[in-house]
Design a protein around this ligand. Structure first.
Ligand code: AOF
Ligand code: ZN
Length: 351
């Protein structure tokens, strides 16, 4: 199963919003086949694993054990059901890392295998398998995107100046790291004042990854269209009170381009409406980049999964804006990512 996880990770960002999945076929302690889901819309892990078995080993397949980090699928999606393939190959035993929460599968793959007489062992390295696809799992079980909070603070816990002057807290290394983080999430969210004061581009120009969808909160539509967020290079969604130009149900991010409006109200929890909106748009993860008020509202409502805090100990900001505060009882663990950067987890399965 550890080998399945290693293989799965080779897909990197190429399979999202699908999960990363790896599979290994073993006969008497020898790996006779292995594969992973390499590209969105293409063959699943089990298909590639079985296709890799050498001619000379083909006769061993009906005596081998298949390991797979996620429950084999039972549905006709972009490819045929993997459970049917396993049954047709007469594989007697399947070891599954964790159940697939995707509604069209969710136990049905395991049921189909068992119904055909295949022995199924479920839950090997289960936490690691879930952690690998934390965005996919959060999306399908909590019905909201995986939420990563990020901010940079001074040594005296300030996130910026009160007089709207731009201060540079992070250095070139952490700036590049932030662009890598952006490339790993489906969307970036910022508040109105951050958009106005910083005029951010919210792209991944310092990292060779793909750009996430940009999302800005602008309840009263007062942000000038001259901001770089609206330059049309990357899709931008504007959460606001007045206009709606997106179909409500299941629009995939790939179909969105230019600037779009998503209407919400200010008489209900904004955080809840953001998350619900992103879920309906099929967005599996979001990096919340500020400002302090927006970040704090996610913390106060308990709707976050990771917080990544860059601290410049040498810098002290007079009359600064206070940085957000994490409430300790919600943390499951923390780790140092770089010298000046800590990551806190709320619901980590493995740490
Ligand atoms: C597997 N093995 O390697 C993966 C699975 O649109 P499709 O046909 O690619 O199906 C996508 C769904 O299939 C995805 O949401 C997840 O439930 C499952 N992914 N299943 O048996 C794999 N990647
Ligand atoms: Zn499949």
């Amino acid at each position: 199963m550890r080998r399945c996880l290693q293989l799965a990770k080779l897909a990197g960002g190429n399979v999202a919003p699908n999960p990363m999945v790896g599979s290994v076929l073993v006969y008497e302690d020898r790996i006779i086949g292995e594969g992973y889901h390499q590209q969105y819309g293409q063959a699943h892990a089990e298909v590639n694993c079985l296709a890799s078995v050498k001619e000379a080993d083909l006769h061993l397949v009906p005596k081998a054990t298949l390991y797979v980090s996620l429950e084999p699928c039972a549905h006709w999606g972009k490819t045929p059901p993997c459970a049917d393939l396993i049954v047709s190959k007469k594989i007697p035993t399947v070891v599954v890392g964790c159940r697939d929460p995707f509604p069209q599968v969710n136990g049905k793959g395991i049921e189909r295998l068992k119904a055909a007489g295949v022995e199924v062992n479920l839950g090997v390295l289960e936490n690691e398998c879930k952690e690998l696809n934390k965005r996919f799992f959060t999306f399908h079980t909590a019905h909201r995107p995986y939420v990563v909070l990020k901010w940079a603070q001074s040594g005296n816990q300030k996130i910026g100046c009160t007089n709207a002057e731009r201060v540079f807290i992070s250095n070139e290394y952490s700036n590049r790291l932030v662009h890598k983080w952006r490339s790993e999430e489906a969307a970036i969210l910022v508040g109105t004042n951050t958009a106005l004061n910083d005029d951010p581009q919210l792209n991944t120009r310092l990292w060779p990854g793909r750009n996430p969808v940009r999302i800005v909160v602008d309840m009263n539509l007062r942000l000038p269209r001259s901001l770089r967020l609206f330059d049309g290079t990357i899709p931008t969604i504007v959460f606001n009170k007045h206009q709606h130009s997106l179909p409500f149900e299941k629009i995939s991010t790939k179909e969105v381009s230019g600037t779009h409006y998503y209407q919400i109200t200010d008489d209900a929890s904004l955080v809840h409406q953001f998350l619900n909106g992103l879920y309906r748009l099929g967005i599996q993860s979001v990096l919340v980049e500020g400002g302090a008020k927006l970040l704090q509202s996610f913390i106060d409502e308990g709707e976050w999964d990771e917080a990544r805090i860059i601290t410049n100990e040498q810098l002290l900001i007079d009359k600064g804006l206070p940085a957000p505060m994490l409430s300790n009882e919600r943390l499951t663990s923390s780790e140092r990512i770089m010298n000046d950067t800590l990551r806190y987890y709320r619901n980590c399965h493995t740490k």
